[in-house]
Design a protein around this ligand. Sequence first.
Ligand code: AMP
Length: 411
Amino acid sequence: MSFTNLGLSAEVLQGIHAMGYVDPTPIQLRAIPLVLAGKDVIGSAQTGTGKTAAFALPLLTKLAKGNRITRALILEPTRELAAQVETAIRDFARFTDIKVAVMFGGVGYGRQREALKEGTDVIVATPGRLLDHIGQGLCRLDMLEYLVLDEADRMLDMGFLPDVRKIVQRCRKERQTCLFSATVPPEIESLIKWTMQNPQTVEIGQRRSPAETVKHVIYQVAEDQKSDLLRAILDQVQYESVIIFCRTKHRADRIGSLLKKNNHAVAILHSNRTQREREQALKGFRDGRYEVLVATDIAARGLDVADVSHVINYDVPHHPEDYVHRIGRTGRAQATGDAFTLMVAEDAKHVASIERFIGVKIERTKLENFNYRYTALFEEAKDQRTSNEKRVRGVRLSGGYFCGPVKRRKR
Ligand code: AMP
């Protein structure tokens, strides 16, 4: 089925054509007719599935003509996502006269105020800044027809739900609402009950599975060899572009500087960097000026960066959902990608919960030609006998992982 049979307007079809899209993705096929039919839609799909177009194309078709009254609002958890979604919608809308504006924090108010004063049909915003504009009487949502809550689970994680609720209270009651979320925890269930009417659910693939085209493996390693292993992986693996995830901003900075010293072209993305630095990092990475992007979860959530060949989890995420989101950066839109996770002994519990969450045991692997000092890490892979038969002087951890502490002399 092609886009032409879905009921989208000629102008929107022209926009899609100019973007080079040929066939709709599964979520687009299923969500577009529902949104066009005026239904409230819950999209349970991971990023990379084409969900932006799934809601934006029918909304633009329904808005049809611009009249500079805010009729559609899309809430996003981060500034980068807001900017990314606004760019996509502008592209889709380029053959219409619909006006799109973006509002997020970390930058001056001037341009956003001007855009609101001039009037805009669509607003893409993060909750905090939008509330500021509402508080200052610059933005009204009483004529709103369409509300999209994108990446709702991340808005919850980031503590934005109270702000989201305040915004929803300002929206016109007679409206159509769409909500997208890779996972649907109880708080999101209650948000759904509160904001939506008789919603239809569009679930693409298994709710929890990372993109199927991704091959993922775990490298077990001791904490003090982690950065050496990372450098060795980058030396040995053929990659085009790689995102490295770290648990904290400090670790991201440290790994970023280390790799720069090793002559990698590196961009760093985390929330302590200024908006300008973040934009430059992303643009440089997208343009191919940087081959490596070192990022924290929050900064990188949902970013659409095309052709990421590898994701490396320098730190194992503590929330299984974050693993799925991180891995969502590669294997996007049916390309194949690789996801590597560096795992230390203390991570066993988190790895076990990730494996439970995604329903797959992730393959353990060992980097050739790397001088591992703690060889007890690999006993499990070598010896397939039951764990208690193993003659390993390591510590048995839950889930059958054997990690350290048998220190071998450096070869
Ligand atoms: P999203 O999940 O909305 O972030 O989209 C992921 C990526 O897939 C973006 O780079 C989109 O431009 C791209 N994309 C979305 N829909 C299609 C499509 N039907 N054909 C080709 N690429 C698409």
